[in-house]
Design a protein around this ligand. Structure first.
Ligand code: SF4
Length: 138
């Protein structure tokens, strides 16, 4: 179960199901060490922007239609509160899913445009960020 509850969730059935259980920070750290010992190279956390670690981090930001992801302010936050050296992956793969349709949440019932892609990158650069992982962006 995911507690962010995005209406556009592409895994809506899974993210809303009452599966999984809470755990302590200590146990979570132990689980990550166990995964590392098993050869895991990458652990992803989905955050709402308030719990970012500062080391060994790639921030992945999903650009949304109409600028509603707050790309500009998030890029400024990363550059000013973390570091302009923060490694950032701007993602352009949003597509309508979950509860989004032409009658519900119509403002996000489309993919983003190439102009919006460019604006997101411009906003990140304007904030002072410069380390980008753009494998999927263009
Ligand atoms: S899109 Fe991601 S963060 Fe949002 S509800 Fe689905 S799994 Fe959670």
């Amino acid at each position: 179960m995911c507690n962010l509850r995005c209406v556009f969730c592409q895994n809506y059935d899974i993210s809303r199901a009452n599966r999984g259980s809470g755990t302590s920070p200590q146990r979570l750290a132990g689980m990550m060490i166990e995964l590392q010992a098993m050869g895991c190279h990458n652990i992803n956390f989905v955050l709402d922007g308030h719990g970012l670690a500062k080391r060994g981090m790639l921030v992945r930001h999903l650009v949304m239609p109409g600028g509603i992801a707050g790309t500009e302010s998030i890029m400024r936050f990363l550059a000013e509160e973390l570091s302009p050296d923060t490694y950032v992956n701007l993602m352009n793969q949003y597509y309508p899913a979950g509860r989004v349709s032409s009658s519900q949440f119509p403002e996000i019932n489309r993919r983003i445009t190439s102009t919006e892609c460019q604006q997101a990158l411009d906003a990140a650069r304007a904030a002072g960020l410069w380390r980008f992982d753009q494998r999927d962006f263009w």
